[in-house]
Write a protein that binds this ligand. Structure first.
Ligand code: IPE
Ligand code: IPE
Ligand code: MG
Ligand code: MG
Ligand code: MG
Length: 290
């Protein structure tokens, strides 16, 4: 199957499953589900769940067992975007082609919808069909670590620091690895856990994820200043917020070269695996050249 058909097929699977997992309720707290659905459904590249499904397939695991865990990754990611856009964070009014959640709903509702998506993601993991308790425990441990203080939240708190002295190139790399790379690594690990990959193969997968996750955020920084298709409805959100990014540190051209170099080194990890890794390598290439 070519990559385009694969993406269409998996995006549909994920969309339908997310739609089933969070439904409106005839309840006095239905705003919560309306708000969560507003941000979660209908848009977004679905990179993290797709990566989880692709990693599972690479290790010849049962992709249907990976669907619900993959959706939990998208819930955590969507929560991170909702909170990332808040006035106290990046203050972005547009997301995924429409007003950010705190613009379409009240700010407090956006905070709570984010909280709900984060907590519900773990509930959904505990209920994932056809996985052993040990697998579920590993998934929960992986997601909590990589979305928390050894991952996304650690990266996000570095991102909102105002003291620019913090930002040596080394710390910038750490911030990018944490705020964005960690959840991409977790997505790969999810596929490996569900397909019962060996410890050795998991290490290789993590190496691949580390490189491609960092490249992905570097490209996000580049697109923030160079794309005509502004995802936040305005040019240069990072510039307005005086963010430290690869572009502010190295300039556009060197940042692009760095992302290309990271893609190459990510692909060299894949070559160490005794499986057909063409799906993962095509996805990695798409993440950098988008
Ligand atoms: C945006 O992620 C935030 C980052 C971590 C760079 P995506 O570019 O994957 O956003 P969606 O999910 O497609 O909207
Ligand atoms: C976001 O980084 C990382 C998250 C964990 C949400 P950015 O702030 O650069 O993401 P965008 O550009 O708003 O999507
Ligand atoms: Mg941000
Ligand atoms: Mg942002
Ligand atoms: Mg950005």
């Amino acid at each position: 199957m070519d990559l385009k058909s694969y993406l269409t097929k998996t995006t549909d699977l994920i969309e339908n499953h997310l739609n089933r997992l969070i439904q409106e309720q005839n309840a006095p707290f239905n705003r919560l589900f309306q708000a969560a659905r507003y941000s979660l459904l209908g848009a977004g590249k679905r990179i993290r769940p797709i990566i989880a499904l692709a990693a599972c397939e690479t290790f010849q695991g049962n992709v249907y067992n990976a669907l619900q865990p993959a959706c939990s990754l998208e819930m955590v990611h969507t929560y991170s975007l909702i909170h990332d856009d808040l006035p106290c964070m990046d203050n972005d009014d547009f997301r995924r082609g429409k007003p950010s959640l705190h613009k379409a709903f009240a700010e407090g509702e956006a905070v709570l919808a984010g909280d709900y998506l984060l907590t519900y993601a773990f509930e959904v993991l505990t209920q994932a069909p056809d996985l052993t308790s040990e697998q579920k425990l590993k998934l929960i441990a992986t997601l909590s670590k990589k979305s928390g203080g050894e991952g996304m939240i650690a990266g996000q708190i570095m991102d909102i620091q105002k003291e620019k002295t913090l930002f040596s190139l080394e710390n910038l790399r750490l911030m990018h690895r944490y705020k964005t790379g960690a959840l991409i690594e977790a997505s790969l690990e999810f596929g490996g856990i569900i397909a019962h990959a060996s410890d050795h193969h998991m290490k290789i997968l993590q190496g691949f994820g580390r490189e491609i996750g960092l490249a992905f955020q570097i490209i996000d920084d580049i697109l923030d200043v160079s794309s005509n298709n502004h995802k936040h409805g305005k040019a240069g959100s990072d510039i307005i917020n005086q963010k430290s990014t690869y572009v502010t540190h190295l300039g556009l051209e060197k940042s692009q070269q760095m992302a290309a170099g990271l893609l190459d080194s990510s692909l060299s990890y894949l070559k160490q695996l005794p499986y057909d890794t063409s799906l993962l390598s095509q996805l990695a290439t798409l993440l950098v050249y988008r």
